[in-house]
Ligand binder design. Structure first.
Ligand SMILES: [Zn+2]
Length: 424
């Protein structure tokens, strides 16, 4: 009966998560190597799926000393997580021990990840670590906008002690009701999706009123520059965008100096891979979650696309720096000749185009696209033509684009905004 040891280690990981972030590259690399080794050791001993994968390649846990060594193992696709769940699950635990945490499934079927109650707690500790990093103090009050089904019914011990106190506001409430609830709660920080921040700040603008919420943490969708700017004006807020998921916990959050997203690689190792599975400057996000045990996720393809920045962050923190997060890996556009082209570069160009506040690229037929834009006056006919030219250039003249101006691009509460909507 070995499980109390694993359980003790998870508890220890949560308790010590509050120690200082490693400040030097050497310290970070050592911590990461130690945790990677512990994860591989554990997976080899307890998860048939990884044991088989290592044995088939004549590998032992000793062969993994640095993140680069992860390339010796295959990428774990979502379909494999679904099909091989019983082999992935640690033999120390049963499915009955591990309530499934479901992903939102905004781009397909939701995926249930077996998670021990202690891992769930550890995950919440890791998220709580994000906030003080941006200047939030644990004794200050937060408000969180959440789906009604995800509003917790009981409080953690820390919350009963007056730390990380949280007021929940249901995402399904009308926007005026959300604003009323926020005004009543007077939080120091607001945690919400970028799309909800858009909704709330647009309403404040329409009603020409303000709230005072100095810190905002946004997740799960595109944080448009116009929304960030509006949050500054209408909430007096500094917005920190966080990148994370149910499967991985928090992965990266914005640099204080806005150089990009620091990957907290002492907890989650991120690889970006090209279509052939080679390490790439821009590519699909593959994560190794260093803290999971009951259901280890090693080289897990999260389904997002991202791009590395050049070199280390100018702010001096030792974390790997992502320059851009750019939607889903399924956003590869197929050309008539069968080749597939990532939409990352096009989206990066659109993101910086004058006058475009928000956009969505929608495929109408195999060869025709519609670009829906929320545009300001600065989006002139000349700029529109240059966008169409850029589109043709990106897709080798094989695809057509027309531009449609729309008043807004709102999504349902909890849904991830999809900057690219393809036919398939
Ligand atoms: Zn930085």
């Amino acid at each position: 009966m070995a499980w109390p040891r694993t359980r003790f280690q998870l508890l220890l990981a949560g308790v010590t998560a509050w120690s200082r972030f490693p400040a030097a590259p050497g310290a970070l690399a050592r911590l990461q190597a130690r945790r990677l080794r512990a994860l591989l050791d554990y997976a080899f001993r307890h998860s048939a799926c990884y044991r088989d994968a290592m044995t088939a390649r004549r590998l032992r846990p000793d062969d993994f000393r640095a993140p680069e060594d992860l390339g010796k193992l295959p990428v774990l696709e979502k379909s494999a997580v679904r099909e091989r769940a019983a082999d992935l699950l640690s033999d120390e635990f049963s499915f009955a021990d591990c309530p499934r945490r479901s992903t939102h499934g905004t781009t397909g079927e939701p995926l249930g990840i077996p998670t021990l109650p202690l891992e769930r707690w550890l995950d919440s500790v890791l998220w709580a670590r994000v906030y003080p990093d941006a200047g939030f103090r644990p004794w200050q009050r937060q408000a969180k906008i959440a789906l009604p089904s995800r509003i917790p019914t009981r409080r953690y011990l820390a919350q009963r002690l007056g730390l990380f106190r949280r007021t929940h506001v249901a995402a399904t409430e009308p926007v005026a009701e959300k604003i009323r609830a926020l005004r009543a709660a007077r939080p120091q920080a607001l945690v919400c999706w970028a799309s909800t921040l858009d909704e709330i700040t647009a309403e404040l603008e329409r009603a020409d009123t303000v709230l005072d919420i100095p810190l905002v943490f946004s997740t799960s969708s595109m944080l448009w520059p116009v929304v960030r700017e509006r949050a500054g004006r209408r909430l007096g807020a500094k917005v920190t965008d966080i990148y994370g998921s149910i499967e991985t916990g928090p992965i990266a959050w914005e640099c204080e100096e806005r150089h990009g997203y620091h990957v907290h690689s002492d907890r989650v190792i991120v690889e970006l891979l090209d279509e052939a599975g080679r390490p790439a400057r821009a590519g699909r996000v593959v994560c190794t979650v260093l803290w999971r045990r009951a259901f280890p996720l090693i080289r897990y393809a999260l389904g997002d696309l991202a791009e590395w920045a050049d070199g280390p962050c100018p702010c001096g923190r030792p974390y790997p720096l992502l320059k851009a997060l750019s939607g889903r890996a399924t956003d590869l556009v197929e050309l008539p000749d069968g080749s597939r082209v990532s939409s990352v570069t096009l989206r990066a160009a659109l993101f910086g185009t004058p006058g475009i506040e928000q956009f969505q690229l929608v495929q109408e037929t195999p060869t025709r696209f519609r670009l829906r834009v929320v545009a300001r006056d600065a989006f002139t006919a000349d700029i529109e033509r240059s966008v169409i030219d850029e589109f043709r250039r990106q897709y080798a003249g094989a695809l057509e684009l027309r531009v449609e101006r729309v008043p807004d691009l709102h999504v349902a509460p909890g849904a991830k905004f999809r900057p690219v909507v393809l036919l398939k």
